[in-house]
Design a protein around this ligand. Sequence first.
Ligand code: 5AD
Ligand code: SF4
Length: 450
Amino acid sequence: MKPTNPPKTYRVKSFGCQMNVYDGERMGELLAEQGITPAPEGEDADLVVLNTCHIREKAAEKIYSDIGRLTKGKAQKKAPMIAVAGCVAQAEGEEIMARAPAVSMVVGPQAYHRLPEMVEDAVKGKRGTDTDMPAIAKFAALPQRRKSAPAAFLTIQEGCDKFCTYCVVPYTRGAEISRPYSDLVDEALKLVDAGAREITLLGQNVSAWSGEDETGTRQGLAGLIRRLAKVDGLERLRYTTSHPADMDDDLIAAHGEIDKLMPYLHLPVQAGNDRILKAMNRSHTAESYLRLLERFRAARPDLALSGDFIVGFPGETDAEFEDTLKIVDEVRYAQAYSFKYSPRPGTPAATMDDQVPLEVMDERLQRLQAALNRDQMAFNAASEGKTCQVLVERKGKLPGQWLGKSPWLQSVWYEGPENGRGAIGDLVQVDLIEAGPNSIRGALSETVSA
Ligand code: 5AD
Ligand code: SF4
């Protein structure tokens, strides 16, 4: 690779989960410290970071088409310096370097604090790969948080020890590790100073977080939430994603006791049939999952539920798939994600017998999504006529429109004045007027102020 001019501008393209969005923001902060500025919207960047996702085959293959578009001048006029980060970088680093000579550096999710050095090397014409997995060294090496959107992410835990048989995460993100309590309190305070009013605590298995508080007492996720709820200026807390196995009584109680903890729970079930759940190495049954939700709903009756589903896991019969529809009918999710099973290299399920044909998966996914869409619409429709608190996050598509989230994570938009109540970062009361499948039209409430 030839030496090149130091990049002046960057763009980070993050794919996949919210952990990647968090990592993408932190990479941007690192590059900014190095004097590289974000490329303005619509303008070419000198350095493009592709922050990739490896969870399903489609997501992973996308990176090669993106690299092609960047180097052939279809995505931007001049080919940029390219960095590949995220979980594809972790899993296929060497292969990417061999297959895509235009890539200057490959950096895994636990090593991206080294990005500035790697950019300097690339300027000198040296390509580099870093996919080491040191337990948490990265966080200490990241710059302080200076600017935050009203709704911010905070990674509190990384990795996964659950080894669901279809999933690459334990291999790409490594073993479960928790960031220390005091670091998290510190980062939350900085985020609030920087403009955050809502924080979503992130982790592949956020409910497995544990740490020692100021007094040396061991705390779980609920303890951390209780501490963060005391931060002045922080008005809302959320967390994602959880595993049914780690949900303890204290966390359930926290949902009933802490007003700042929003009434929303993303708790993936994956499938509704116990034989399939066992083959997936999920440690719950359909029944134990439903009982767990009952306890959450008893603590917080207005809790909105969300989940993840996989259709067509190897060996799944029509009757077993029907059990997934049954669980959907029982829970009535406010929102959910559903996927066709995608065999991932190196996972146990990839070599199981009876892989389900694509047409069968397509048909199952359609039926599942029809049921989930029906429930999401019903959940939104039930909000019509209510007044709720909205955190205003950004302007809408048309002038005068503002967009934010309800406590139940619904997108709400309304028309409001340019300067005045209801600007970005405000918490306002909004009358919910007309529900659609993906958003609700509202109006600033005249009656109550937030
Ligand atoms: N195929 C399809 N979906 C998957 N997920 C994880 N691995 C796979 C796979 N191999 C889904 C699960 C998980 C979500 C993040 O992605 O539903 O909860
Ligand atoms: Fe993957 Fe299962 Fe871990 Fe979730 S709990 S990250 S699905 S292995």
